[in-house]
Design a protein around this ligand. Structure first.
Ligand code: PDD
Length: 322
């Protein structure tokens, strides 16, 4: 029996200590992730680089957010950073060996930790083991046409809970917003809470006016994307002024540029909002500068990783010859 429709790929995944094909991975129905959505997740890009290696981009920051997420819901982090890194490498290696992931393919690491399996009682049960799931699949970044022309978005009232800073697997609110976009032939739904911009269903949202980039401040109303800190750094590098501040619906609609960001989208220009052109209706200069800076940041991290690896190899060679 296969648990997957035949059309789906069947990567090797990690589940609770074992590497198994996705079609054979099983969690008990009393897993609190299934019963209560009681768990958290992470999504991190693993960029292919020359020589068949992969750079886990901004992985330190992803692991720090993972640690914050489990901490906020009272789950002990199942691994330290080195443990998570080793685990991801193991899953990547298994999929490369299996032929499911080519050397030159960018990938995405999906990590999920739930509180574990217990009798169905709402409060935390004592003494249970968290469920740990890791999946590495090819990453399909937005295509050149989406970057060249931008994407259409729609707006909707943000009706989610008020702990949006936790990267929780309880994503029904976000799922409904993504579905709203799909039904309106839009790429993403941009949410507003009480007339103020929050974020997309699975992305952070940025607004440009008069050359100044703004985004809602870090708070419980949005998930702090790993690209949030990155884009802050990139604005400094590009000489773009950045302002973290509350943004009204009117300001959103009057923006010169709107940009969305996430691990799987990087940065993307929004050129139509609720059927109206954003600014001049084409990707703007701030987007172009951030996109280039983002690609430079990727190349820079890849080089750093390569140098670190070279250092380790040289050291072990010296040890052998000493
Ligand atoms: N989502 N806000 C929400 C609600 C998100 O779900 C995401 C990412 C972001 C951007 O975070 P980051 O820059 O770290 O990707 C903001 C991921 C990609 C997902 O759920 O698949």
């Amino acid at each position: 029996m296969t648990a997957l429709p035949d059309v789906l790929p069947d990567p090797i995944v990690y589940l609770n200590g074992e590497l198994v094909p996705l079609s054979e991975a099983r969690v008990p129905v009393l897993d609190r992730g299934f019963i209560f959505g009681d768990g958290i997740y992470e999504v991190a890009p693993l960029y292919a680089q020359a020589g068949g290696r992969r750079t886990a981009f901004r992985f330190r920051q992803h692991l720090a957010r993972l640690a914050r997420s489990v901490g906020k819901i009272g789950i002990a982090n199942p691994f330290d950073d080195a443990g998570w890194r080793a685990l991801i490498e193991r899953v990547v290696a298994a999929n490369e060996a299996d032929g499911g992931l080519r050397d030159d393919q960018d990938a995405i690491a999906y990590i999920q930790v739930t509180r574990g399996v217990a009798k169905r009682v709402h409060a935390f049960p004592a003494g249970i083991q968290p469920t740990v799931f890791v999946m590495v699949t090819p990453l399909n970044l937005p295509d050149a046409a989406q970057r060249a022309h931008g994407v259409r978005c729609v707006t909707a009232e943000d009706r989610r809970w008020l702990n949006c800073d936790i990267k929780s697997v309880s994503l029904l609110g976000n799922v409904l917003m993504a579905q709203y976009a799909a039904e309106n032939d839009a790429f993403e739904t941009i949410q507003l809470r009480d007339g103020m911009l929050t974020e997309g269903s699975s992305s952070n949202v940025w607004v440009v006016k008069g050359g100044v980039l703004s985004a809602p401040p870090r708070s419980h109303k949005i998930l702090e994307g790993i690209r949030y800190g990155l884009i802050e750094e990139l604005t400094a590098e590009c000489g773009i002024r950045f302002d973290a501040r509350d943004i009204t619906e009117a300001e959103l609609r009057a923006a010169d540029e709107i940009i969305v960001s996430s691990a799987t989208k990087e940065v993307l220009p929004v050129t139509q909002l609720d059927g109206q052109p954003v600014g001049e209706g084409k990707p703007g200069e701030v987007f172009a500068a951030l996109y280039s800076a983002y690609q430079r940041a990727k190349a820079h991290e890849a080089l750093e990783a390569q140098e670190a690896q070279q250092g380790v190899e040289n050291e072990s060679r010296e040890r052998v010859t000493a």
